[in-house]
Design a protein. Structure first.
Length: 161
């Protein structure tokens, strides 16, 4: 067997799926599609309504971005950055998170925000060649994501661990 490596581990993973209320609202697309087709054919209307409702809800869940710390990288949606190029993450909730998403956010920051998710993590980018000063990411568990980033940074600095 091979030796364990930081490049083999996922230390944090979260799908930023829509809230239950957003999914319920999306499911209403099904009955609306059925109402459009009801004057033409009721059977087709019921089938189309079911397909549209299930399709919209499935698409919202399947296309939700994933935030993870894996292989020594922070991945948020399609973007990724090495943990060694990041500063100390700041986890916020409540009023502090609202300010981090709005008034206190640098307009040059890379952002992955989702409505209905209260927590936010802000992590500065220490790479002098990167014009992005920070990443601002929605998360349901900001303390766990911050801890995972710190663990990845420690493991990259001390490969014998």
């Amino acid at each position: 067997m091979g030796r364990w490596s930081i490049r083999d581990a996922t230390t944090y993973r979260e799908r930023l799926s829509p809230s239950l209320w957003a999914l319920v609202a999306a499911a209403v697309c099904g009955p609306m599609a059925a109402l459009v087709l009801a004057p033409i054919d009721r059977t087709a209307a019921l089938v189309a309504g079911a397909v549209v409702g299930i399709g919209v809800v499935t698409a919202l869940i399947a296309l939700s971005p994933v935030v993870e710390v894996r292989d020594g990288e922070l991945r948020a949606g399609r973007a990724h950055i090495d943990a060694e190029l990041l500063g100390d993450p700041i986890a916020t909730t409540g009023e502090e998170a609202r300010l981090a998403r709005g008034a206190n956010m640098d307009r040059r920051a890379w952002v992955l925000l989702r409505g209905g998710i209260d927590g936010v993590i802000t992590v500065s980018v220490t790479d002098p060649n990167d014009p992005t000063p920070a990443w601002v990411i929605s998360t349901r568990t900001p303390d766990r994501l911050a801890a995972a980033i710190r663990r990845a940074q420690v493991r990259l600095r001390t490969p014998g661990r």
